[in-house]
Design a protein around this ligand. Structure first.
Ligand SMILES: NC(=O)c1ccc[n+]([C@@H]2O[C@H](COP(=O)([O-])OP(=O)(O)OC[C@H]3O[C@@H](n4cnc5c(N)ncnc54)[C@H](O)[C@@H]3O)[C@@H](O)[C@H]2O)c1
Length: 318
């Protein structure tokens, strides 16, 4: 696929972050887009921005859809068929995702299952729903977003990430398994798996919202305690101090990331255009991938991993 012009793409989670930037960049390059999100207002805003930057003839529609609910994904497909008057799609970006469900041992089961349902079942339902339309395209690409947590299942010392990692490993495994399946049974479709490192987005706030919590400033003490059990609060911190820390952590995640959402979307689109099936996004993702592949047994030995990283960056400087 040399160009996205004249194509029709689906983008899930189009209301924010990488999804929003994918919609905007695709539209600017002449691709019509059907974008969905849990958050109807934000995806409508994305569509308005994308239309403003798109050449004539490009159609961008926004849709309400929770990808973890198959009935809603099917309804989204039906809306797309009608509003774009099309019986095929050329590209599907299964991008919607949330964090949460860090500890399997101490975390709440509903939160764990909500994260897994969005990050895995969402990708699965979109593949089930849209594969026939990708086949009908004659030149379709399914682009599933995993993460570095799709090959490295932790956020570092003392910070487990079990639901998210389980889902992202599943997305990566499923996507890789589809390579041969599509080659054998639907050669007019290919699959790519996207593995971003740290990208500056509002995923922390959006993940809280997806589980029904308000922004940290507006959380009640009970909601704070539900998010972070009292015994895990920093020593001596008051509820107000904890709210402030959460606000800061979320802003820092967005503003101090090594890569912006717009640059990440460009990397993803360049990767898709080039025909790559494995799209690492960011230097951090590339480094981590190389380290884990070089010595898988050291993946969870942080000291060893750190030594290997230092040696690698030393190599790069020579
Ligand atoms: N930001 C990062 O550092 C990073 C790193 C690795 C992987 N990722 C993955 O990249 C993807 C995009 O993340 P982002 O950082 O741009 O996040 P984001 O929060 O900015 O955007 C994600 C969008 O998905 C939507 N969403 C959440 N649950 C949904 C559901 N059930 N149905 C439909 N929409 C839903 C949210 O409302 C939000 O608009 C996610 O799959 C995420 O796991 C992000």
């Amino acid at each position: 696929m040399d160009s996205f012009a004249g194509k029709l793409a689906v983008v899930t989670g189009g209301g924010s972050g990488m999804g929003r930037e994918l919609v905007r960049q695709l539209a600017a390059q002449g691709c019509s887009v059907a974008a969905c999100d849990l958050n109807t207002d934000s995806v409508a805003q994305t569509a308005a921005m994308a239309r403003a930057g798109a050449p004539p003839g490009v159609r961008v529609t926004s849709h309400a859809c929770d990808v973890s609910d198959e009935a809603q994904v099917l309804r989204f497909r039906d809306e797309l068929r009608e509003e774009h008057a099309s019986d095929h799609v050329d590209l599907v970006f299964s991008n919607a995702g949330i964090g949460g469900g860090e500890s399997f041992v101490t975390g709440r089961r509903e939160v764990w299952e909500r994260t897994f349902a969005t990050d895995w079942w969402g990708v699965y339902y979109c593949a089930r729903t849209f594969l026939p339309l990708l086949i009908a395209s004659g030149d379709g690409v399914l682009v599933n977003t995993s993460s570095v947590n799709g090959f490295w299942a932790t956020l570092g010392p003392g910070v487990p990430n079990t639901a998210y990692s389980a889902a992202k490993f599943a997305v990566k495994g499923f996507s890789e398994a589809l390579i041969e399946d599509l080659r054998a049974n639907a050669p007019q479709v290919r699959v790519a798996v996207v593995m971003p490192g740290h990208v500056g987005t509002d995923i922390i706030l959006n993940s809280l919202r997806a589980r029904g919590l308000p922004e940290p400033e507006r959380m009640t003490d009970a909601q704070l305690g539900e998010l972070i059990p009292r015994e895990a609060w920093p020593e001596g911190a008051s509820a107000d101090e904890l709210r402030q820390m959460l606000v800061q952590a979320s802003a820092d995640f967005r503003d101090k990331a090594p890569l912006s959402a717009a640059d990440a979307a460009t990397v993803i689109l360049d990767g898709v255009r080039s025909g790559a099936w494995r799209i690492l996004v960011g230097e951090d993702a590339k480094t981590l991938d190389a380290l884990v592949r070089a010595k898988p047994e050291a993946a969870y030995d942080y000291a060893e991993l750190g030594r290997m990283a230092a040696e690698t960056s030393g190599d790069d400087n020579t």
